[in-house]
Design a protein around this ligand. Structure first.
Ligand code: PEP
Ligand code: MN
Length: 263
């Protein structure tokens, strides 16, 4: 169902008055994790000023260590919704279980399925029944065919609003956090009718190459980018080293020629 053979024209994801998979690439930005109202306000107000409409932030964090910050849960979702509404932004946030999905339904506009859950088939079926778009991230050990089949689980249940996300895969290279598989973009665009975005933060794990990598992703045909942005990355409770500060993000937007100033 998700293959190009089944549907020739591109699928467009409509979120309110916004479109993902249309002519204009979208930017999904925000902190790794929702930490406080002050943090979300500082980030959202700058994103809004730069014309970014999608606010990301994890309230449920899939952390490698059980002792790491696990996210604020419902309080984080509530807080992010409130701040997003202040600026007329859309909320993108990860869910890791059916219970979290039910909880998040009230607060988010797009459900994110993280790399670690790309093959959590029961969760895929659950979001397949949901009435909101799903941003499905590629597992770091998953082939493109496996990513497409994961999307198929969602689509087959009736939820056709799926965005695929390349976020890097595991290789022997350790100068980047993951290896961005840029060929995934044109291949997925050929093989499927779904929009494809690139997470330039988790794929590289570093800030110093984010501009050329972002340019490359868009040049390869990506329908949008995901970038982690924090008002004070040094004190971030997760992924501190890879999150851009507000100035760095503004200069990325400028470098990409994507700024459409709101205020
Ligand atoms: C995230 O985007 O917050 C995240 C945890 O990314 P990934 O699932 O790609 O590791
Ligand atoms: Mn992160």
């Amino acid at each position: 169902l998700v293959s190009r053979e089944m549907k020739k024209e591109d699928t467009k994801i409509v979120v309110g008055d916004l479109v993902i998979g249309g002519k204009i690439p979208v930017m999904i930005a925000g902190p790794c994790a929702v930490e406080s109202r002050e943090q979300m306000k500082a980030v959202a107000s700058e994103l809004n000023r730069l014309g970014v409409s999608f606010l990301r932030g994890g309230a449920f964090k899939p952390r490698t260590s059980p002792y790491s910050f696990q996210g604020l849960g419902r309080e984080g979702l509530r807080l992010m919704r409130e701040v997003a509404d202040e600026y007329g932004m859309k909320v993108v946030s990860e869910v890791m279980s059916a219970e979290q999905l039910e909880l998040a339904e009230e607060y988010v506009d797009i459900f994110q399925i993280g790399a670690r859950n790309m093959q959590n088939f029961e969760l895929l079926k659950e979001v397949g029944n949901a009435k909101k778009p799903v941003l499905l991230k590629r597992g770091f050990m998953a082939t493109l065919e496996e990513l497409m089949l994961a999307a198929e689980y969602i689509y087959a249940r009736g939820n056709t609003q799926i965005i695929l996300c390349e976020r890097g895969i595991r290789t022997f290279e350790h100068w980047t956090r993951n290896t961005l598989d840029l060929s995934a973009v044109p291949i997925l665009k050929l093989k499927t009718h779904l929009p494809v975005i690139v997470d330039v933060s988790h794929s590289t794990g570093r800030k110093d190459i984010i501009l050329p990598i972002s340019k490359a992703a868009l040049a390869a045909g990506a329908d949008g980018l995901m970038v982690e942005v924090h008002n004070n990355p040094a004190i971030a409770r997760s992924d501190a080293h890879q999150q851009l500060n507000l100035e760095e993000f503004a200069s990325l937007m400028e470098g990409l020629g994507l700024i459409k100033k709101n205020k």
